[in-house]
Design a binder for this molecule. Structure first.
Ligand SMILES: [Zn+2]
Length: 274
């Protein structure tokens, strides 16, 4: 690779925020050198939309799951419905996510969050898929839950923990992903955690439409802005930008089996029309 190729390992491009100009957003992403977008759902509806987008777009793969902030609205049969979504789109479903725990004030009851998280960790384990984990104010609790599933692969997304917790995540076999928040002037703790992450465990993402990096703060975030996250990370780690992009590419390919999934682009669509 002589031109840098990027992956946005977490962007909710299926969400309504992109309904007016999704085609242009995806076009800008391609022009910026982004080879893949991993598109996680936060509930059943956005998981189904992520699957649809992953079928329609060669460079989008889906993750399906129920987010901790949405777990109180999930229907009783949500696990079965996630299984059905996977069964219909197995080649383009890269992960179970985003799932996790969120102990910010006002989020659903902790016991319920923990039950739904554990059920989806088990689902990922059953299906042989990695997990994409949201862990706001709950990094230690998420890591403790995951430790009961030895061998489960996954990523701690939008990481907000300490360097010690990066080490713990890596011990458990997880990757750690950082967003535009590494560019925020006050985010010293996040940058310390990023520096503690081994290069073969590092992923980068936008979390679009949220968390726009400097210099796009205040705007809607989109996958093409992930280049700012790569630049900031290369500067912080004093690494060559091209080398960093290659390493992250490799890590994401391994975790989400992207090369393999690329070979199946459009396949389920073809079967539909056969
Ligand atoms: Zn997200």
């Amino acid at each position: 690779m002589s031109e840098p190729h990027f992956i946005d390992t977490h962007a909710h491009v299926q969400m309504a925020e992109f309904d007016a100009d999704r085609a242009e957003v995806l076009e800008r992403s391609r022009s910026a050198g982004i080879d893949w977008i991993v598109c996680p759902g936060v509930d059943l509806a956005t998981s189904a939309l992520a699957e649809q987008l992953a079928q329609d777009q060669h460079d989008v793969v889906a993750a399906i799951g129920v987010h901790p902030e949405d777990c109180d609205k999930a229907p009783a049969d949500y696990l079965e419905r996630l299984r059905s979504l996977f069964a219909a789109n197995r080649h383009r479903t890269a992960a179970i996510g985003e799932i996790g725990l969120d102990f910010k004030e006002g989020t659903p009851d902790r016991t319920l969050q923990e039950r739904v998280f554990n059920e989806q960790l088990q689902l990922a384990s059953d299906l042989g898929l990695p997990v994409i984990v949201h862990s706001r104010f709950a990094v230690a609790e998420c890591l403790a839950a995951i430790s009961h599933f030895p061998g489960l692969a996954g990523v701690m997304h939008c990481f907000g923990g300490t360097p010690d917790q990066v080490e713990r995540a890596v011990q458990l076999g997880l990757d750690v992903s950082f967003t535009g928040n590494v560019t925020y002037p006050s985010a010293h703790a996040t940058r310390d955690a990023l520096k503690a992450c081994p290069i073969d465990r590092l992923l980068l993402e936008t979390d679009a439409p949220y968390m726009p990096p400097v210099p796009m703060r205040g705007k809607r975030n989109e996958p093409s802005f992930v280049t700012y996250v790569y630049q900031a990370t290369a500067t912080l780690l004093e690494r060559d930008a091209l080398d960093l992009a290659c390493r992250v590419h490799e890590n994401a390919d391994v975790l989400f089996s992207l090369t393999e999934r690329g070979n199946h682009a459009g396949e389920e669509n073809l079967q539909d029309h056969a």
